[in-house]
Design a protein around this ligand. Sequence first.
Ligand code: SAM
Ligand code: SF4
Ligand code: SF4
Length: 341
Amino acid sequence: MKNVTKQQVKDQLGRPLRDIRISVIDRCNFRCQYCMPAELFGPDYAFLPKSELLTYEEITRLASIFIKLGVEKIRLTGGEPLLRKDLPILVEMLSKINGLKDIALTTNGVLLPKYASQLKEAGLERINISLDSLNDELFGEINGRNVGVGPVLQGIEAAKGAGLRIKINMVVKKGLNDSEIIQMATYCKEQNLELRFIEYMDVGSTNGWMMEDVVTKQQIYEILKEHFEFEPVEAAYYGEVAKRYRYKGTDINFGFITSVSESFCSTCTRARLSANGQIFTCLFNGNGHNIRDFIRSGATDQDVEERIKGIWNHRSDRYSDERTEETRIARKKIEMSYIGG
Ligand code: SAM
Ligand code: SF4
Ligand code: SF4
């Protein structure tokens, strides 16, 4: 990928714009309890009609403008991004943009046997696959669709076979899958996969989040300490979200995403683009900035660039730094399946 002259826009807290998460679809083939509980996302749930979704051309156009403003990394997400028709075509379009350094995808993995090779050929380098348990029954209960672990493990194999770099995401919720921490760590270590323990977050307003359900980094750390020897790894770059460790005597890492117990807002360089073209400057925003209608009304690239610059310049979000029971309840927040984590 070629270099390009970039501007460095900064927000109110001096944070540059470096990465963007693009949700390509709000639908999903799972109903994970902590994200899209089946009781609330039932058969009558009104998902976005196709006309409201950004087209691949619109996504690529916006991505090029974001890259001019300093973005280096793109992560595609959802809903379940592999449910969007012909996703490898989007990957190919994005990977051709000058100045983009990294393109990744987060998926539940079920459709990877079908798409992993095409994604790699299209230019995808990295993939995060979500897996919260190795126990079929428990996993089926968590994903709300009674899907066992097999399809995800096959997805992991397909991603490996295609030569993608893989990380595994495990959301840990107290009393649900905290008993699975050691099994998951052992499996990932044996398979040479980087595991990320994600603290259960109060995203959206449908998952019934309570602080008591969070298993913190420190608690997971203590559990792991009893079984493994490991050492901290330096952050690889400014704004790296995961706090990483390496199993001693190996080059296998694992990490923690500590949104609740150790917030990282001061170095948050991430914008989010929802499937229907709203820009969110924080995972915990209630409303986004409607860039879709702006581009559909005939705005030039220069106009769009100025609009995005203005949005970023005004940004002062630091929700996790400020989280209290009051702010949590008072805040209207967008659902995770809408903007993709
Ligand atoms: N469907 C894809 C998947 O599950 O990987 C991509 C979208 S999903 C919203 C992105 C990531 O957010 C997943 O790793 C998922 O486990 C995580 N996630 C969803 N709800 C969460 C919550 N309440 N707290 C922490 N992580 C959550
Ligand atoms: Fe779907 Fe991913 Fe949310 Fe699970 S976490 S319901 S797989 S979008
Ligand atoms: Fe970034 Fe908002 Fe998360 Fe803070 S709470 S790290 S500003 S997304």
